[in-house]
Write a protein that binds this ligand. Structure first.
Ligand SMILES: [Zn+2]
Length: 62
């Protein structure tokens, strides 16, 4: 089995999480609940991947 879309999704989710966290930690323009122009797309991507991941978990209930 080389086809593992779930693992790929999780890896992208974690990468997006890392990128967003790293940005917020070092950025002085980001405010709580109000990301700067660099942070906003990172935030957006994280939100989208998080939703996809949660949906994946929800559809996998055993
Ligand atoms: Zn920022």
């Amino acid at each position: 089995m080389t086809n593992r879309p779930a693992g790929d999704l999780y890896r992208r989710y974690m990468a997006a999480f890392d990128a967003a966290q790293r940005h917020v930690r070092t950025c002085e323009a980001c405010q709580p609940g109000q990301a700067c122009t660099t942070g906003a797309p990172l935030d957006e991507r994280l939100t989208r991947l998080q939703a996809a991941w949660i949906e994946h978990l929800g559809t996998r209930r055993s």
